[in-house]
Ligand binder design. Structure first.
Ligand code: ADP
Ligand code: MG
Length: 238
């Protein structure tokens, strides 16, 4: 449960081959970080996995099943975006419970799931507030809560901390790592921040111009970078 395999996956936008061809294996329960400079295709790759974009070629297998043609809701994944995309007019409770309401779950069950997620995320005292009455870190937790309630097999994070200030980023980094341990789901985490990659990942995938430059543990990449690009990227924190 929660394994993902990309076979010869490509994505073109018109003439532009944003992802020429990628093969990648992600194991159940792994924390995988996609790292690379802005514009290298990290978000596109995540959106392909999520099913928010269609592949131009290749296959995506989730738990061994071909998911290439499946709609996002059928893939067992939940995405957390950089912009929290919370509904401003709705309470924290309604924001977190929204995906379950869309799935026609009954209200008592939604409340139970929302309370459980809120407990994990330290949001219990904030459930009746509107997002504008929360701090940046709390809003990001609400966005994560909305992913947790669906009990996904895999979380997809797209630069979830880049709108937060530096101190809060360090905190949230730890929180997301702990959450990953606690929930045991696979996580794919996109960032252009080397420190995040080095501190959070079981496995780092270094991307450049839509190609994988290297895949390895933080230590492997640090000790034996495949080329100067990887060495420069891993060796020079911003
Ligand atoms: P990253 O997340 O690594 O910054 P993206 O995946 O957002 O990079 O973008 C990779 C490349 O694909 C960029 O050149 C971007 O302009 C292009 N791109 C992304 N989405 C689209 C789209 N919907 N239409 C055309 N080009 C796109
Ligand atoms: Mg991006």
């Amino acid at each position: 449960m929660g394994s993902i395999r990309l076979e010869n996956v490509s994505k073109h936008f018109g003439e532009h081959a944003v992802i020429p061809s990628i093969d990648l294996e992600i194991n159940d329960g792994e924390f995988v970080v996609f790292v690379g400079p802005s514009g290298c295709g990290k978000s596109t790759l995540l959106r392909l996995i999520a099913g928010l974009e269609d592949v131009s070629g290749g296959r995506i297998l989730i738990d061994g099943d071909d998911a290439t043609a499946k709609p996002p809701a059928k893939r067992g994944l939940a995405m957390v975006f950089q912009s929290y995309a919370l509904y401003p007019h709705m309470s924290v409770r309604s924001n977190i419970g929204f995906p379950l309401k869309m799935a026609n779950m009954d209200k008592a069950e939604i409340d139970r799931k929302v309370n459980e997620a809120a407990k994990i995320l330290n949001l219990t005292d904030y459930l009746e507030r509107k997002p504008r009455a929360l701090s940046g870190g709390q809003r990001q937790r609400v966005a994560i809560g909305r992913a947790i309630v669906r009990s996904p097999e895999c979380f997809l994070f797209d630069e979830p901390l880049s709108n937060l200030d530096a101190a809060l980023r360090v905190n949230m980094r730890l929180e997301i790592s702990e959450l990953h341990q606690q929930l045991g789901a696979t996580s794919i985490y996109v960032t252009h921040d080397q420190v995040e990659a080095m501190t959070m990942a079981d496995k780092i995938v270094v991307l450049r111009a839509g190609n994988i430059e290297q895949v390895g543990s933080p230590l492997e990449l640090y000790r034996s970078p495949a080329n100067l690009f990887v060495a420069g990227f891993i060796g020079s924190p911003k």
